[in-house]
Design a protein around this ligand. Structure first.
Ligand code: COA
Length: 168
């Protein structure tokens, strides 16, 4: 395995399944948003590591919309893939689906985009190999991710300016 050659997004796919147990639920019997978020974070981190084979940290998670509640006893399927690679950062998209184990009905429950940064042995951001989208869909995801990256960095800079204004 070469860590210099560009890598196809399909090599970064990670699929994870979880069952929603009582300790994952709120008083309504549906999964805590934070629990789903932590599973999304883990799935996405593994995708990023599959690409760079380095330690990674989560730099940001974009808006996470919960479109359907996930109930106790359901299986949660998470599927992630690296969409775009910068110099040291990688955008990963994760789709979450919930499957009712009695009926087999499967619904889209949530989706999110996360950015990870690869770290060297001293904990500093380090360059990662390029991504080589192959299919039309992978190329489209890559272009869309590039636009999101710009918006994300603009927003981060704006937040930094606001935080500096409110600093004691
Ligand atoms: C993420 C982190 C390493 C970035 O450090 P930094 O000093 O800003 O590093 P740089 O300016 O060199 O940026 C490194 C990369 O991060 C990206 N980045 C920085 N802030 C970002 C943000 N808020 N959202 C998305 N990407 C971001 C930069 O665009 C750059 O990407 P590129 O190399 O592909 O162009 C640093 O902020 C950090 O350690 N944060 C804490 C991470 C953490 O604890 N996560 C939770 C637990 S894993």
């Amino acid at each position: 395995m070469s860590l210099i050659e560009p890598n196809a997004p399909s090599n970064t796919v990670v699929e994870m399944n979880q069952i929603v147990l009582p300790q994952h639920t709120n008083a309504l019997g549906t999964a805590f948003g934070g629990t789903i978020m932590s599973w999304v974070d883990i799935c996405a981190a593994l995708c990023a590591q599959r690409h760079c084979r380095r330690a990674v940290v989560t730099a940001s998670m974009d808006q996470l919309d919960f479109v359907m509640p996930v109930r106790q006893g359901q299986m949660v399927n998470l599927r992630g893939m690296v969409n775009f690679v910068g110099r040291t950062s990688m955008e990963v998209g994760v789709r979450v689906e919930a499957e009712d184990m009695l009926t087999g009905l499967r619904v889209h429950a949530a989706s999110a985009y996360l950015t990870f940064v690869a770290l060297d042995g001293e904990g500093k951001p380090c360059a990662v190999r390029a991504l080589a989208p192959e299919t039309g869909l992978e190329k489209q995801r890559c272009e869309e991710a590039q636009a999101r990256r710009q918006q994300r960095l603009d927003l981060a800079a704006q937040r930094k300016r606001i935080a500096a204004r409110h600093a004691p």
